[in-house]
Write a protein that binds this ligand. Structure first.
Ligand SMILES: C[S@@+](CC[C@H](N)C(=O)[O-])C[C@H]1O[C@@H](n2cnc3c(N)ncnc32)[C@H](O)[C@@H]1O
Length: 205
């Protein structure tokens, strides 16, 4: 039966793929995803999704399902955290959808830093920019795990300008699960002079 599978593929490495994601992808007529997500599978029928063609690709996936196909739309990490689930639901299309969860970069970050994440603040600024909302929770005594919208230094500057101590302890987890993964712990003020890849999770303790 036709269906749109929204498949979480983990933070990057094959080691964090689930068996459920493999089964679904292998049984799909078409697989759509970013290059790094597609490269995790052997997929004869695939279409590459880029930031510029995301809306078009989502609409294509939905129309293929309408024509009777089984389509997998890959989402790095988990589709429900700053992922592709939200834009799909916003289309309000009457098609069969199933979500296959994946391991989020937030989960892997929490594991690396040994943070029980039921006791953390979770915030995404990805694609949205820095939000004032962070100031309401940053001093509530819990670690704040953030997807920082590309530039941790900009976020550090914003926090310091809004009275967060420059000495506050911060961790950056960069390119989690890849061979060149880096996890550093430092102070908020040290982040000001540092550059990171867009693939990082920031924690303010
Ligand atoms: C569009 S969001 C997708 C988040 C994804 N749904 C998840 O659950 O991890 C992309 C952001 O996730 C974070 N991210 C994704 N993969 C990562 C990785 N391997 N290491 C560190 N951060 C990662 C980065 O902040 C990146 O800019």
């Amino acid at each position: 039966m036709s269906k749109l599978y929204i498949v979480g593929v983990g933070p990057g490495s094959k080691d964090y793929l689930t068996l459920a994601s493999k089964k679904v992808v292998e049984s799909s007529d078409m697989v759509i995803g970013s290059r790094r997500a597609l490269d995790l599978f052997e997929t004869p029928n695939e279409i590459e999704l880029k930031a510029q063609n995301m809306k078009e690709m989502i609409e294509l996936a939905v129309s293929m399902v309408g024509e009777g196909k089984i389509v997998s739309l890959l989402s790095t990490g988990d589709p429900g955290f700053s992922g592709i689930l939200k834009p799909i639901l916003e289309l309000k299309k009457n098609i069969g959808i199933e979500v296959i969860p994946g391991i989020s970069s937030v989960q892997l970050c929490a594991a690396k830093l040994k943070i029980p994440w039921d006791e953390a603040n979770l915030i995404t600024m990805h694609g949205k920019g820095i939000s004032m909302d962070i100031l309401d929770i940053i001093d509530n005594g819990k670690p704040t795990i953030i997807l920082p919208n590309f530039k941790p230094a900009e976020l550090a500057k914003f926090l310091i300008e809004n009275s967060v101590s420059p000495e506050r302890e911060v961790a950056i987890c960069e390119r989690l699960s890849y061979g060149d993964e880096k996890v550093i712990k430092t102070s908020l003020k040290s982040i000001l002079g540092m550059e990171f890849s867009y693939m990082c999770v920031m924690v303010v303790y």
